[in-house]
Design a binder for this molecule. Structure first.
Ligand code: NBP
Length: 470
């Protein structure tokens, strides 16, 4: 008996995806570069299951039904190329290779071309949900050869998380469409996480609230309009006590955040496209600044600032903080979706943005009740430039922008950094400003570089000899 599906790479994601696929009735052949990991997996987690271990790529390829369907779940970058190099000579025309890691979209484009030249089908697939999602139901964002997707659609739909509007998996388009959607998902994830930690900082340093008290606030928001995985885990984290000391564990964790790449890539790509994602970008920069711990310790002793204690009524502040966080989270989705829209036209993905909202409704890190109205808005108006222009987000802006202004103003007065919230506010303010000061930028550019400008009172392109006039 040959296996229906193959997985290469048995680290956290690979192991759990194998178990998920097997649980849905498919037999799975597995291979990992280091044989010890395969042995451990088979002994500890695969007993009595339709899982076929292989200890060489030859054995692995031989164990699969044709056309072979092979998921690669190894570290992104050079390891994927190393696996492909070993695998390709063993495959036959029509076999399907799926890269399920967080690969860069440019790498995926290159690999798809290489696969095509050799007569293989290739999918670049973003899989979100971490360890738990991989086992119980991830969100799956696929791109590449459509015929390849059709070969595994049944398996993907079986293992994906079940959302309110169907299984959270979709084919997004050719080339790197799937990996691009996953990358932007991660960019939005960065922005929402940064918004949450700013709210935590304001409540902690500004209002002197305890972790349990803050957990109560996040829990309340999670049961309301901000219901979503990141708010849910924040409540749980804040309640968690370190078994050794009995202290809230979060307060014992060093304040330097890591960033593995997708948030940075998302921002880099947005810059290349010329699409505005300031909240995502500020979230990446906030992590980068956090990593300069020693420099921050020195600066904290020499650069004066105001007392962080806000000295305001706690209840009122928390009530208005909700509005600030709510709009910032909407801004994160709005920017990410705008980036997908712009990337789709530039890169010819043909993305259906409402499908992104649908696939993100369950299983992934940015799942949220907000995605239900977001999907509806995108179904009604696929070309919408910005979520805030449609209901219910237009009304949300009208209702809460005063709170976002008020909260960020208090934060500035008291020296508590709120880059995600600030950028959400200034992004929408700039977007809703009919006449921005960019006229002066054009004049400056023309002054020093003869870059020319256009006028509002007549057609044409103009240059002024500013030195002569001035
Ligand atoms: P890791 O990203 O930690 O990669 C470890 C796996 O890569 C092991 O199986 C390792 O084999 C294999 N590998 C490496 Br490293 N170099 C290799 C090479 N040259 N040839 C063959 N295999 C090689 O695993 P992961 O955390 O399960 O993530 C897998 C992918 O999924 C990554 O792209 C990741 O970004 C993405 N992802 C992860 C998560 C998550 O929550 N962890 C969530 C969503 C997506 P070895 O055992 O022989 O060292």
């Amino acid at each position: 008996m040959k296996a229906d599906f193959g997985v290469i790479g048995l680290a956290v994601m690979g192991q759990n995806l194998v178990l998920n696929v097997e649980d849905k009735g498919f037999s799975v052949a597995v291979f990992n570069r280091t044989a010890e990991r395969t042995k451990e997996f088979v002994e500890n987690r695969a007993q009595g299951k339709k899982i076929v271990p292989a200890y060489s790529l030859e054995e692995f390829v031989e164990a699969l039904t044709r056309p072979r369907k092979i998921l690669i779940m190894v570290k992104a970058g050079a390891p994927v190329d190393a696996v492909l190099e070993g695998l390709y000579p063993l495959l036959e025309r029509g076999d399907l290779v799926i890269d399920g890691g967080n690969s860069h979209h440019d790498d995926t484009e290159r690999r798809i071309k290489e696969a095509e030249e050799r007569g293989f089908l290739y999918l670049g697939v973003g899989i979100s949900g971490g360890e738990y999602g991989a086992l119980r139901g991830p969100s799956i964002m696929a791109g590449g050869h459509r015929e390849g997707y059709e070969l595994v659609q049944g398996i993907f739909e079986a293992i994906a998380a079940k959302g309110p509007d169907g299984p959270c998996c979709a084919y997004f388009g050719p080339g790197s469409a799937g990996h691009y959607v996953k990358m932007v998902h991660n960019g939005i994830e960065y922005a929402i996480m940064e918004t949450i930690v700013e709210a935590y900082d304001l409540m902690k340093r500004g209002l002197g609230m305890s972790p349990d008290e803050m957990a109560g606030v996040f829990g309340d928001w999670n049961r309301r309009e901000l219901g979503g995985y990141l708010f849910e885990i924040t409540e749980r984290i804040l309640h968690y006590k370190d078994p050794e000391t009995g202290e809230p564990l979060v307060e014992l964790i060093l304040d330097t955040a890591k960033q593995k790449g997708t948030g940075k890539w998302s921002t880099q790509s947005a810059l290349d496209l010329g699409t505005p994602v300031p909240t995502i970008a500020m979230a990446v920069f906030a992590r980068i600044i956090s990593a300069f711990k020693e420099e921050r310790v020195v600066a904290s002793k020499v650069l004066p600032g105001p007392d962080p204690a806000l000295g305001t009524d706690r209840e009122e502040f928390v009530r208005r903080l909700f509005g600030a966080v709510y709009l910032s989270v909407i801004a994160a989705y709005a920017q990410g979706l705008r980036q997908l829209r712009d990337a789709s036209s530039e890169r010819c993905y043909g993305l259906d943005l409402s499908e992104a909202a649908r696939v993100w409704m369950a299983g992934c890190i940015i799942r949220s009740v907000l995605l239900v109205p977001i999907r509806k808005v995108l179904l009604d108006n696929p070309e919408l430039p910005l979520l805030f222009l449609a209901e219910p987000f237009k009304s949300a802006w009208a209702e809460y922008h005063g709170d976002l202004r008020w909260v960020t103003a208090r934060a500035h007065e008291h020296g508590i950094p709120t880059p995600a919230m600030d950028s959400a506010l200034t992004f929408v303010d700039a977007f809703r400003t009919e006449r921005l000061p960019a006229n002066l930028i054009q004049a400056q550019r023309d002054f020093f570089g003869a870059h020319t400008y256009q006028r509002i009172d007549k057609e044409g392109t103009f240059h002024t000899d500013w030195e002569a006039v001035a």
